[in-house]
Design a protein around this ligand. Structure first.
Ligand SMILES: [Zn+2]
Length: 355
């Protein structure tokens, strides 16, 4: 292209521009240039958005949830949020703040109720007496105890022998001796037995005789033993085999809530003491009064519903590795355990807890 051609082209362009400007200014039709687009004014948005946007839809109408009685979470209307956000964007206010999120209490409750419960066998202890070797000699002369029946606790047996117990107010015959002989004589009564005898023994753990009372006389075929101490109402307790102690995460001295019975008198007994160690077989020991009150008998099962360790306030921490081990050994997640997130996921996947 030479200079001549360039001049002609520049002339053409200049003519076209002049013509176009003239046409636009006079409103003439046929302009070759597109008009600038005009943005339509937005409608006044003061109410809820139109229904077709779906933004105002309350899904609860379509899929009613079971948690309708729960107080609804704070939720601003869409219009309110939009207004506040526009105002903030225009520098006329601060953006709407999302309410602090409530902890998901419902979920926690649900998890708690789905937590596995541990069932244990109940053994009802009737009144009985553990006798020292010395007192045994006094009561029965030289005769050794005969074994009438082995008890659930290894090595312990109901002896064929029994004694009468004389108290200030009354007498109870045929109180069974539980062998073998112990270091110190201990008479375990139900509260109603104590009332018959006319004594007021404390509720105490078996073997803890510091607070025990006396004032009763054991009467055997060969002699009498006056007890200055050793009379207790045995505190309800759970004997726990070491293997169960390990897999349930419960330890000697822990306290449990245990639901007993299924009938109209079913009740949860609190402060059930855990006795664990070698020589214990897992069994919940209640006395005759307690068993009658909640309508259970030996061989029934009770359910551990809560767990605490009064000494340390400790709750067992379960890791994913623990969950795998428990699953392999057929164990359970301990009551009240704290699970790490990965442990919770693994336990849920294995069906050991609710999702
Ligand atoms: Zn016991």
């Amino acid at each position: 292209m030479n200079d001549d051609a360039l001049d002609r082209l520049a002339d053409l362009i200049a003519r076209a521009l002049v013509e176009n400007t003239r046409q636009r200014e006079t409103g003439a039709r046929g302009a070759t240039w597109l008009p600038s687009p005009v943005r339509p004014a937005p409608p006044d948005r003061v109410g809820e958005p139109p229904t077709w946007t779906g933004a105002a839809q309350d899904l609860a109408d379509i899929a009613p949830s079971r948690q309708r009685e729960e107080p609804p979470r704070f939720r601003a209307s869409t219009a309110e949020l939009a207004r506040a956000t526009r105002a903030a964007a225009a520098g006329k206010g601060s953006p709407p703040e999302r309410g602090k999120r409530e902890p998901e209490r419902r979920l926690t409750r649900q998890r708690a109720s789905n937590a596995p419960s541990i069932d244990v066998r109940i053994g009802v202890s009737n009144r009985h007496v553990h006798v020292s070797a010395t007192d045994l000699q006094t009561l029965f002369a030289s005769a050794p105890l005969t074994v009438s029946r082995q008890l659930t606790q290894p090595g312990q047996f109901a002896a064929g022998e029994s004694v009468a117990v004389q108290g200030p107010k009354g007498r109870i015959d045929a109180v069974r001796i539980v062998g073998p002989a112990r270091g110190e004589t201990q008479l375990e009564l139900a509260a109603s037995d104590a009332a018959v005898l006319g004594v007021e023994p404390p509720v105490a753990a078996s073997g803890s005789l510091d607070t025990s009372t006396g004032g009763v006389t054991l009467v055997g075929p060969a002699g009498r033993v006056e007890l200055r101490r050793g009379v207790i109402v045995a505190a309800r307790h759970l004997h726990l085999a070491p293997v169960d102690s390990r897999r349930w995460g419960l330890r000697d001295g822990d306290r449990l809530d245990v639901r007993c019975g299924s009938g109209p008198r079913a009740a949860t007994l609190h402060d059930v003491l855990v006795r664990s160690g070698e020589g214990h077989a897992t069994e919940l020991h209640l006395d005759a009064d307690e068993a009658r009150a909640v309508g259970v008998k030996t061989g029934d099962s009770a359910t551990i519903t809560a767990w605490r360790s009064p000494a340390t306030g400790r709750r067992p921490l379960i890791t994913e590795r623990d969950v795998v081990r428990l699953a392999r050994d057929g164990g359970r997640i301990p009551v009240n355990a704290i699970l790490t997130p990965s442990a919770r996921d693994r336990a849920a996947a294995l069906g050991m807890i609710g999702q």
